[in-house]
Write a protein that binds this ligand. Structure first.
Ligand code: SF4
Length: 153
């Protein structure tokens, strides 16, 4: 079965800082899942490296309700790039009839359970990232890499 996966969880250097993080390729293979890599922020036109961004005044849901914005650490509003990347990610899923996604925790795009608070203080708040919310609202089951690891314990 094909699953949508945050590209930074598959060894791609697409994070804002270009760093490598957890690689879940082996876990996916053990579960017989075929990953389809996506990075919503890069799909939205943002570069690597780039300043980190956080959602101000809410979560990904509020971004889609136009009551919150994604602002990078330099103060630039990157909401449009985040929304465009999320729409492109949803389009990949729909074209390939993908029903599940494993996304990177805490990201303003991909976070599933919690995201940073919006003031770059390191504080986490409950809520989804911009892309995770759009996928979920369109019937795709989303989980993060920790949920996936818990499933095979
Ligand atoms: S968390 Fe999502 S948006 Fe951020 S680098 Fe990983 S795939 Fe890209």
């Amino acid at each position: 079965m094909r699953v949508l996966v945050s590209a930074c969880l598959l060894g791609e250097r697409c994070r804002y800082d270009g760093a490598l993080k957890d690689d879940i390729s082996e876990t996916l293979q053990l579960l017989g899942l075929t990953p389809v890599a996506v990075c919503p922020e890069v799909l939205g036109g943002l570069a690597v490296p780039r300043p980190p961004s956080e959602i101000r005044n809410g979560s990904g849901r509020d971004v889609w309700l136009f009551s919150a914005a994604v602002i990078n650490k330099e103060g630039r509003d990157v909401t449009n790039e985040f929304m465009l990347g999320a729409v492109k990610t949803l389009s990949v899923a729909m074209k390939q009839n993908i029903k599940f996604a494993v996304l990177k925790s805490k990201s303003p795009s991909c976070g599933v359970h919690e995201i940073y608070s919006g003031d770059f203080s390191g504080r986490l708040v409950e809520g989804m990232g911009v892309c995770a919310y759009l996928l979920c609202a369109n019937g795709i089951v989303v989980m993060d890499e920790k949920d996936l690891k818990n499933k095979i314990k």
